[in-house]
Ligand binder design. Structure first.
Ligand code: CS2
Ligand code: MG
Length: 403
């Protein structure tokens, strides 16, 4: 049996902070796992270093499920983004080790490929509608089959998803949170035109998506869903905050626009009602924040019973280690929907060499044993941690709101 002999957390910041767990065994094989939690990275680093790693040494690295249960039940304080991101990193690293020792890519251990590749979506964003559509046309030329449109809102200085950068979107900036100002009424007035012009310019074959980013009340989300019905979106994401899963009943009653939610979920309990009542069409829970491949398979299994498909989060603040693990999961799971793919910068890709690839709108994890991704520790050491926060958001009268 491969015994865990050591493990350590690598903090690096090639343009943005990433937390990577590396677990080593007595078979000379190691595994890597992503533990990045945007804006709270060091909390997970400490959870791993100070509380988890001492419990791993001497364990059988093959016992993925047992170690998962040990870390979940053994913590006593269950769930939460910090705990579940730490467990996720251990889980990813153990699947990586298992694949390497078996000489197989992880997706072969998960039941093999269920499709040729994972359809991914890119992020077109711009300060106004025409710039957003221009960006989307570039994604169309790259071969993407799906693109998210996020545009500036007339009358607002800044809004979610608009970065000014052509292909990268990194919202975490500054030594303290930026403060942005929001108006739902201005936003609701602007979105239908974005998609009406989007359809006119981009046609009907390209899947179009949009992220509300938790900023509507249920009835506002219902209205937006209805307003967007003529444009046949692939999904409307995070239409309203989902702590109250029942809130989606009201949206569902009013609109047939498909709904996606869950990038901030960290366990099956966060989405059980949403799935069982078919209040959503896509579950966005991710490999890094929802307990790793092991737990994400449970979520996907529940979702499959109710015709809910996966649509995993894949922003730049999920490292290439997560991207690799998500693709092994995505290519094998029966109810795959779509995978988000916010490209990483060349400096990030250099720190995390990987086997996954993009072609004709699909991504494939590659066939290297394990996850097919690594961390170049020498390069990583050259990028010091640099504290950065996600912005906070206030209404025009100063009331704290959802970012
Ligand atoms: C977004 C993310 O990718 C998405 O759908 O919601 O950009 C999200 O804001 C970031 O991952 C937060 O760190
Ligand atoms: Mg989102």
């Amino acid at each position: 049996m491969p015994t865990i002999t050591s493990a350590r957390v690598i903090v690096t910041c090639p343009g943005r902070n990433f937390i990577t767990l590396k677990i080593e065994t007595d078979q000379g094989v190691y595994g890597v796992g992503d533990a990045t939690l945007n804006g709270r990275e060091l909390a997970v680093a400490s959870y791993l270093t100070d509380h988890v790693i001492p419990c791993l040494i001497g364990r059988d690295a093959h016992r993925i499920e047992d170690i998962w249960q040990y870390l979940y039940k053994g913590a006593y304080w269950r769930r939460g983004p910090v705990t579940m991101s730490a467990i996720a990193a251990v889980d990813m690293a153990l699947w990586d080790i298992k694949g390497k020792l078996a000489g197989l890519p992880v997706y072969q251990l998960l039941g093999g490929a269920s499709r040729e590749g994972c359809m991914v979506y890119g992020h077109a964003n711009g300060s106004d509608i025409s710039e957003t559509i221009e960006r989307a046309q570039e994604y169309l030329e790259f071969g993407y089959k799906a693109v998210r449109l996020q545009s500036g809102v007339p009358g607002l200085k800044a809004t979610y998803g608009v970065s000014g950068e052509r292909f990268y979107y990194e919202p975490a900036k500054g030594n303290l949170p930026d403060e942005t100002c929001w108006s739902t009424s201005k936003y609701l007035r602007s979105v239908p035109e974005l998609f009406q012009k989007g359809r006119d310019a981009l046609g009907w074959d390209l899947h179009l998506l949009h992220d509300v980013h938790h900023r509507c009340t249920p009835i506002e989300a219902a209205r937006l869903g209805k307003d967007l019905e003529p444009y046949r979106l692939f999904w409307l994401e995070d239409a309203t905050p989902a702590e109250d899963q029942a809130a989606f009943r009201l949206i569902r009653q009013h609109t047939t626009t498909p709904l996606a939610v869950g990038e901030i979920f960290n366990s099956i309990w966060d989405c059980k009602q949403l799935i069982e009542e078919q209040l959503i069409d896509y579950i966005r829970a991710t490999v890094v924040h929802a307990g790793g491949i092991t737990h994400l398979r449970r979520i996907a299994g529940l979702a499959d019973l109710y015709q809910v498909r996966t649509g995993c989060h894949g922003a730049t603040d999920l490292s290439p280690v997560s991207m690799a693990a998500a693709l092994h999961f995505g290519i094998s799971v029966p109810n795959f929907g779509i995978q988000e793919y916010m490209r990483h910068t060349p400096e990030t890709d250099a720190v995390f060499p990987h086997a996954y690839s993009f072609q004709d709108g699909l991504m494939h994890p590659g066939d290297k044993p394990g996850l097919g991704v690594d961390i170049d520790e020498k390069l990583a050491a050259g990028y010091e941690y640099n504290r950065a926060y996600l912005p906070v958001n206030r209404l025009e009268d100063g009331t704290m709101f959802n970012w």
